[in-house]
Ligand binder design. Structure first.
Ligand SMILES: NC(=O)c1ccc[n+]([C@@H]2O[C@H](COP(=O)([O-])OP(=O)(O)OC[C@H]3O[C@@H](n4cnc5c(N)ncnc54)[C@H](OP(=O)(O)O)[C@@H]3O)[C@@H](O)[C@H]2O)c1
Length: 309
């Protein structure tokens, strides 16, 4: 029988009703909601936050949290929270919005684990070289610097923290299929350029895998990426193959760079391969979707109900 352990020392069979812990998901967006649903299935009592007044989604309790409007849950709402999962990005005010607005309250909780979603953007451009968790995180102005400051705020929080560094997230509803079908895709080629990526359910799987480890074996920094960094022209080609549709005309990056938004340009200016050795070899996590091929096939089946051969 599969079991997970909580730091309260309780071993609980999958699907058991008795909560193994109370999990607060701060920022229940794309990844946060999937984690909330999976954790609830494993026996956690889950509380989620949103900026919306009446969000839908997984059957759990919702609390307001909006750093821009200063909306924060009260201490009574957080009573008994044992596990914390944060997927709120930096809000442009320096440091981390959750640490800034909720840090003092969080330190009063009986927290045994806190997970923070960060980005592999902190490693900067490595000209296509592999990066692991020991790689330098060069200070650069803009989003990466803001993320580094957020990581530093979490590291200084004194909470039992794990930082998960993520490349591009994809999964159901976040694939190239819709844009291919509507004719809005762009097939851009930059020689030698690759991107790492991760299926959302492997983020959830990796987080739950860490939670099932003894606390002393959970690394503070962990890359969560799949096995095969690849060119975006390659992944788009595979998506078009699965749909059986035409690819848009090939555009050379050099010839369109000036027309891209600053955000898109910064995305294309970083070329790195993110290593998952710590996650998969040292911690023994088995990826559900080792490459974009398995991931896209699963997404297309769930999106269109079209089983593929
Ligand atoms: N998407 C990617 O490819 C990618 C890659 C690497 C890292 N990341 C990072 O990984 C994390 C999860 O990504 P995701 O794509 O799952 O994110 P997402 O769907 O955008 O969810 C982010 C959550 O944060 C909440 N939020 C945003 N700004 C907030 C604020 N100022 N105050 C309070 N709540 C706020 C949102 O609230 P509402 O639900 O109310 O909108 C949402 O629940 C994010 O930090 C993201 O930056 C993403």
């Amino acid at each position: 029988m599969e079991t997970i352990s909580s730091d309260t020392g309780v071993l609980v069979p999958d699907g058991a009703v008795k909560p193994v812990g109370r999990l607060l998901v701060v920022g229940a967006g794309y990844t946060g909601q999937r984690l909330a649903t999976a954790a609830a299935r494993q026996g956690f009592e889950v509380v989620q936050t949103s900026r919306q007044p009446s969000p839908g989604g997984a059957a759990s309790r919702w609390l307001p949290f909006d750093s821009q409007r200063g909306l924060v849950p009260g201490s009574a709402d957080l009573k008994g929270i044992t596990h914390l999962f944060v997927s709120v990005p930096p809000d442009g005010q320096g440091g981390d919005p959750v640490v800034r607005l909720l840090g003092a309250r969080l330190r009063d909780l009986p927290l045994v684990w806190a997970g923070y979603l960060s980005t592999t953007g902190v490693y900067g451009d490595t000209a296509g070289a592999w990066v692991d968790e020991t790689a330098p995180t060069p200070a650069r102005p803009g989003r990466s610097q803001a993320r580094l400051e957020a990581e530093q705020a979490w590291l200084a929080s004194g909470l039992p923290l794990q930082i998960f560094r993520l490349p591009a997230i994809y999964g159901p509803g976040r694939t190239p299929f819709q844009a291919l079908r509507s004719g809005t895709s762009r097939l851009i080629h930059k020689p030698g350029q690759v991107f790492s990526r991760i299926h959302v359910d492997d983020i959830v799987g990796a987080v739950l895998h860490c939670l099932a480890l003894p606390a002393g074996q959970r690394p503070t920094l962990l890359n969560v990426a799949d096995d095969e960094p690849s060119a975006s022209s390659e992944t788009l080609g595979y998506a078009a193959h699965l749909l059986g549709c035409r690819l848009p005309p090939l555009e050379r990056y050099d010839s369109i760079e000036a027309s891209l938004s600053p955000m898109a340009r910064s995305f294309w200016q970083e070329n790195r391969r993110v290593s998952n050795r710590r996650l998969c070899e040292e911690l023994g996590y088995r990826l559900r979707y080792p490459t974009y091929r398995e991931g896209y096939r699963a997404c297309i089946s769930s999106a269109y109900g079209e089983p593929l051969g």
